[in-house]
Each structure stands twice: as C-alpha cells, then as structure tokens.
Ligand binder design. Structure first.
Ligand code: 5GP
Length: 129
C-alpha cells in the first residue's frame, strides 16, 4: 500500500508543494515546528533513509540543499536546521526547519497555521527555487 507521502507526491492527497523534479518532492510539514518547516522525500518509496542506493541518496540530499537555499531566502532565519527521524511516516524524508533559535527544532513543537499562511509560505519558497 502506498504511503501517505507517496500519495502526496502523486497529488492524490493535497499538500503545500514547494518543489519537485522527476525523482524528488518537497512540501510543507502539516504541523510545522517553525514557519517554513519543509519535508523533502524521494518519490520512490523507501522507508529507511540508509536503504536508499548511493546514487538516490546523494540525489535526495542535493535536491534538499536546493530547497534549503530557497527556504532561507524566503523565510527569515539564522540557518536551516536539518533532521531525519522517520518515526511516524514510513517513507524517508528530510526535515528542513528555519531556525531563529535552537528551540525551534523541538520535535514537540506542533504549530497549526492558517491555510492562507501555509499557501503563502509555500509560494514564497517556490518562487526562490
Ligand atoms: P517523522 O516520521 O520524521 O517522525 O515525522 C513525520 C512528519 O510528517 C511530522 O513532522 C508530521 O507533522 C508530518 N506529517 C505527517 N502526516 C502528514 C501529512 O499528511 N501531510 C504533511 N504535509 N505532513 C505530514
């Protein structure tokens, strides 16, 4: 059965899309730790990051780097924090979180932003890609 992130990448479940190419997809986390919290996934469904083959793994991080560069231009922050957990969704993903302080990277933080604000943030990041 397809993961929820595969369905998001396929457009079957809505998301605030930030960027995509033929192999990778980036979208806003639905419960961001901080404004602009973005998830980057391979479209190819693999649960554990280190099960990706070397080429796809390198490609995922190269794509995430491009997204992070756009994100830091679009969302005021000191730097982009990066994390990989995968405890909730079994489809590997990189968390990119704009940080003002290290407290912004707390995994207990769960913001719920209005749809219009999520849409505006996603569009602002996409415009910098
Ligand atoms: P992890 O698997 O790395 O522990 O956390 C999964 C992350 O995915 C969480 O930050 C959670 O808010 C996010 N998430 C879970 N379901 C959805 C969803 O349906 N859409 C979006 N955009 N994010 C989700």
């Amino acid at each position: 059965m397809a993961t929820i992130f595969s369905k998001i990448a396929a457009g079957e479940i809505p998301s605030y899309k930030v960027a995509e190419d033929d192999r990778y997809f980036a979208f806003l986390d639905i419960n961001p730790m901080a404004k602009g919290h973005t998830l980057v996934i391979p479209k190819h469904e693999v649960n554990y990051m280190f099960d990706l083959d070397e080429e796809e793994y390198a490609g995922l991080w190269a794509f995430a780097r491009k997204v992070a560069m756009a994100l830091e231009q679009a969302v005021p922050c000191k730097r982009i924090g990066v994390a990989v957990l995968g405890m909730e969704v079994p489809h590997c993903h990189i968390h990119l979180v704009p940080l003002q302080t290290e407290k912004d990277m707390r995994f207990g933080n769960k913001l719920s932003l209005p749809a219009e604000e999520m849409q505006a943030i996603a569009a602002a990041i996409a415009a910098k890609m």
